[in-house]
Design a protein. Structure first.
Length: 314
């Protein structure tokens, strides 16, 4: 949760990106479509709540470095900046942006293979530009981010990275370390494979002080406020995974591209996600739950998520 609060970035890069002034793209006051009207008033309310939550945090402000901006994707053609958060529909948003920036190469987001959407060179990030160009874009482009209930996102990351056989690289990279540290008496074969990490072991790994001392958190479970810096970058739109389709259509409308591309429909249920998270957390002790709450507290606060009722924190 703790960001570097000084001008010098830990990587040694100079801090050159200034905090953006509040210069929001105005949301249209009276959209014709009632669904669109509801979505836009919800977006406006979220933005105001985020600004209030940021003001309530007394932590010292800091200046961002280009290194902090690696998750901010730029579409110069339409004046858009999107901060992608893994496990919050980022594959589909990257596909949409590939359609918008692709000069006709793509017309249907779903025709783009998922792995292609994550190839580094296919989309530009804000970190690639010189400081003056970064600041110009931050001041004038429509900036948006999509967020998700923190623990439902965490369960989604765990299921995707630790329970799928095709993620062998993740098992070796993280699973081996997790089992070695958090499974007393583990068989050597289990340690080497790293393939059967339990959710409880994953949570133990996350809250272990050694984890963040040794290396930055992986982007799939890093906190949104550390990936996207919402108290330093003033996002025009904060979309939510729980209302993904109307929020996405509202963003495309604000960008003036709603007739050029449609956001892919997902058909997922927020109720299912909540029930699944409750099931996974049954195996996590109240002590670990409390540590995890402290770790993700800022994301709950900034994006106005209530603490889940299934928690048993002491």
């Amino acid at each position: 949760m703790h960001e570097n609060q000084h001008g010098d970035h830990p990587s040694g890069h100079r801090s050159v990106v200034h905090e953006t002034p509040i210069n929001h793209t105005p949301l249209p006051p009276h959209p014709q479509d009632s669904d669109q009207s509801y979505a836009q008033s919800a977006l406006r309310g979220r933005r105001e709540l985020l600004e209030e939550a940021c003001l309530s945090q007394t932590r010292k402000r800091r200046v961002l470095s280009p290194d902090d901006l690696r998750h901010l994707i730029v579409d110069d053609k339409h004046g858009l900046i999107y901060c992608y958060v893994p496990k919050v529909a980022c594959t589909n948003w990257k596909r949409v942006l590939m359609v918008l920036t692709g000069d006709g190469r793509y017309s249907d987001p779903l025709a783009i293979p998922a792995h292609e959407a994550h190839v580094a060179g296919n989309l530009r990030t804000l970190s690639e530009f010189p400081a003056a160009e970064i600041n110009r874009r931050l001041r004038s482009y429509l900036k948006f981010v999509f967020v998700r209930e923190p623990f439902e996102r965490l369960v989604s990351a765990y299921r995707n990275k630790f329970t799928r056989s095709y993620n062998e690289a993740f098992h070796k990279r993280y699973g081996t370390k997790i089992i070695r540290r958090h499974r007393p008496g583990a068989r050597p074969g289990a340690v080497e494979a790293g393939a059967d990490v339990s959710f409880r072991e994953f949570i133990q790994y996350l809250v272990d002080p050694r984890t963040q001392r040794e290396e930055p958190l992986n982007e799939h479970w890093e906190r949104v406020h550390s990936l996207c810096h919402p108290c330093l970058i003033h996002y025009d739109v904060v979309g939510k995974y729980e209302t993904l389709e109307p929020d996405s259509q509202a963003v495309l409308g604000l960008a003036g591209v709603q007739n050029s591309v449609r956001f892919p429909s997902s058909g997922k249920s927020a109720r299912t996600d909540r029930d699944m998270a409750a099931r996974f957390f049954q195996d996590v002790s109240p002590f670990l739950q409390k540590k995890l709450v402290n770790m993700y507290r800022m994301d709950f606060l900034l994006f106005n998520y209530s603490m889940p009722r299934y928690l048993r924190t002491p």
